[in-house]
Structures are given as C-alpha cells and as structure tokens.
Design a protein around this ligand. Structure first.
Ligand code: HEC
Ligand code: HEC
Length: 316
C-alpha cells in the first residue's frame, strides 16, 4: 500500500523530485514506475522517512497542481463568461463604431467575424485572454500588441497610427459583444471607415513623385492613405517592412518586375503560404485582407508603391 502511494505521488512530482532537494527515498520512488526488486527494497528502506517525504512531496505536487488548475481555470475564462448570467447590453453606437474600426484594422489578421485567419491572428470571439482582461487592460494590450508573436507580429495599435484611443476603446466594447452575443444589440450596417486623410506632406510627396501631374498625384495620395490603413500592419510605414510580417516593399524586385496589371492580379490573389513562390511562410491575404478595397483603391496603392522604387530602376 505504501509502495503504491509512493508511486502515485512521484508520478506527479517527477520534475520536483529531480531537483535533488528531496530525501533519497523520493528519488528512489521516482524509479518505481520502471520497477525492480532493488528499488522496492530501497523504497522499503525509506519507509522511516516516509512521513517527511510525503509532506515534501505533497507540497511540491500541490505547487504544480495549482499552476495546472490555474491554467485550466484561465482557459475556461470565455466559457465562464457565456455560462454566467449575461451582463448589460453594450452601447450600440460604441459597438457599431468599434465593429467598423475592427473591419478596417483587425480584419486583416483576425477575419471579418473575429474568428481568426489561418496562419495569421487568432479567434478573438472565444479567446480566454480577451475574456479574462478588464476593459482597460484589453485596451492597453491593443495599444502595445504582441510584436514578438508567432506566426506573425501583432503590431502596436494594429500598425494604425491614425486610430485614436477612443476608436480602440470602442473596439474593446465591440469585442465584449462579440464574445457574448447576449450582450450585443442589433448593429446598423457597417460603415467603411474613411481612410486617413492625406497629410500635406503626403500630398507634396505625391506631387513630386508624379512629376507635377496633379491627377496622378491625387491617385498616389489616395493610395498612400489606403496603404497606411491596410498594408501598413504587415509592410510597415513607408513599406519598410515589419520584422516577422510582410516583406519590405521599398526597392522591391518583385514590384519592379511586374506592370500595373500584373501587380493588380497579385494583390487580388495574395500569396498563400502553400504557394511555391512564398518565401516567408506567412501568407499575404487577398487584397491585403481587406475585401472592402475596390480595384481603383488597389490601383492607387500600386501607384503609391511605385513611388517607393528608385526612379532609374522602376518598371514602366
Ligand atoms: C498583422 C496581423 C494582426 C493585426 C492587424 C491585428 N492582430 Fe491581433 N493578433 C495577431 C496575432 C498573430 C495574435 C496572436 C499572438 C500570439 O499568439 O501570441 C494576435 C492576438 C490578439 C489578441 C490576443 C488574443 C489571445 O487570445 O491571446 C487580441 C485581443 C488581439 N490580437 C486584438 C486585435 C485587435 C483589436 C486588432 C485591431 C485593432 C488586431 N488584433 C489586429 C495579429 C494581428
Ligand atoms: C496580413 C499581412 C499582410 C497585409 C495586410 C498585406 N501584406 Fe503584402 N505580403 C505579406 C506577406 C507575408 C508577404 C510575403 C509573402 C511571401 O513570403 O512571399 C507579402 C508580399 C507582398 C508583395 C510581394 C513582395 C515580394 O517581394 O514578393 C507585395 C507587392 C505586397 N505584399 C503588397 C501588399 C499591399 C499593396 C498591401 C495592402 C493592400 C499588402 N501587401 C497587405 C503580408 C501582408
């Protein structure tokens, strides 16, 4: 009976037993699953120390067990939310705006329904992490992101410098309703978020890049704002790239190798990780993950991306 108890206990406390801090009988006990009469004899010799051994073993076991239980509890955070009586409905105007921001900034990696995109961001609708964070902590998380996450980096503020704190707080409100549909009021139809207005600097740059052609400059300036709302999360400001995400688009060989039609076809299709031409193992989603972009939007983005190529080598 003693032997059985020892074996059971040490089976669970293996890692603690290995640190050598415990009486010999513990370490002997560890070998019991392998068995052998010699070990049985050793265990028998340990019997006088059994009282102490069991205490130490129990404490170590409990330390490990409580970490495990804590993890299990944490993993159930979302289930707990939906099993508990529903909290108050979220305010409809804030949830609607949060949804619109989500569809502009988060859709790329978390999908239109917030249930994640294979190879990019996770399911937020059922995320225990989201369920366990208070509103303020969740807001802070979004401002910081997880720049070292796998398979791609989640950039601070989803890479969007144009979004105000109030926008991101509304996203938090939206996520509450997404996690618990009982709290989500019926939302009005989505409104496309205006792409950030081109700055004077953007306009001046566009005009210079267009060689003074005002019409082309208008396309480039519009393309800049589309880039800064959709592509920037993975390709970084100015197309300089983000570690762990999309490639650098400045002076990019692939961009130079294609004409506008070729690039448009590429942008519409993207490049799945299963595509033999994929070099990073991360997917470039169709339309950069933003299905709301029209062909004209994409052509304007292309005009902008052309300005990131050195003049003398740019394709025409
Ligand atoms: C470029 C891709 C990308 C964009 C854009 C992005 N995320 Fe993420 N996000 C990720 C990845 C990848 C993870 C998972 C990180 C990990 O596994 O540690 C993540 C994780 C999260 C988590 C934690 C989920 C969990 O269960 O741990 C939250 C919350 C979140 N994102 C919210 C947002 C919101 C809100 C937006 C829009 C404002 C957004 N993300 C935009 C890639 C992205
Ligand atoms: C969710 C992340 C993500 C978004 C958003 C995104 N891309 Fe990409 N993009 C990638 C990844 C990853 C690659 C590299 C794929 C590979 O390994 O070949 C890539 C590749 C590219 C390439 C080919 C570069 C090369 O050298 O092969 C171009 C051009 C490009 N993206 C343009 C864009 C444009 C324009 C937008 C916005 C409309 C955009 N991307 C949005 C992730 C993204």
């Amino acid at each position: 009976m003693t032997v059985q108890f020892e074996a059971g206990m040490t089976g669970r406390t293996g890692p603690a037993g290995r640190d050598g801090s415990q009486p010999d009988c513990q370490r002997d006990g560890e070998g019991l699953s392998g068995i052998g009469l010699a070990l049985l004899a050793a265990a028998a010799m340990c019997v006088p120390f059994f009282g102490i051994g069991a205490k130490v073993s129990h404490d170590a076991w409990w330390a490990i067990e409580s970490v495990r239980l804590e993890k299990e509890e944490a993993a159930r955070a979302w289930q707990r939310v939906v099993e508990a009586p529903a909290l108050a409905m979220v305010p409809v105007d804030r949830a609607a705006h949060g949804r619109d921001v989500f569809l502009s900034a988060c859709i790329l990696c978390h999908g239109a329904d917030g249930r994640g995109v294979d190879g990019l961001g996770r399911n937020l609708a059922e995320s225990p992490f989201v369920a366990a964070q208070g509103d303020e902590d969740l807001f802070k998380f979004i401002t910081v992101g997880r720049p070292d996450a796998k398979p791609v980096a989640m950039p601070p503020r989803a890479g969007r410098t144009d979004l105000a704190d109030a926008d991101l707080r509304d996203v938090v409100t939206f996520l509450r309703g997404l996690q618990d549909p009982r709290r989500m009021p019926r939302l009005p139809e989505p409104v496309a978020l205006a792409s950030p207005a081109p700055t004077e600097q953007d306009k001046a740059k566009a005009l210079a890049a267009a060689g003074g052609d005002a019409e082309l400059a208008g396309y480039i300036a519009h393309g800049t704002t589309i880039f800064n709302s959709t592509c920037i999360a993975c390709h970084g400001a100015g197309g300089l790239g983000i570690a762990g995400n999309g490639k650098m688009l400045k002076n990019n060989e692939f961009v130079r190798s294609l004409d506008d039609d070729g690039l448009l076809a590429f942008l519409k299709k993207g490049r799945d990780p299963s595509d033999p031409k994929n070099t990073t193992g991360v997917g470039m989603p169709p339309k950069g993950g933003n299905p709301a972009l029209s062909e004209d939007d994409l052509l304007d983005v292309i005009s902008y991306v052309r300005t990131l190529q050195d003049k003398k080598t740019a394709a025409k």
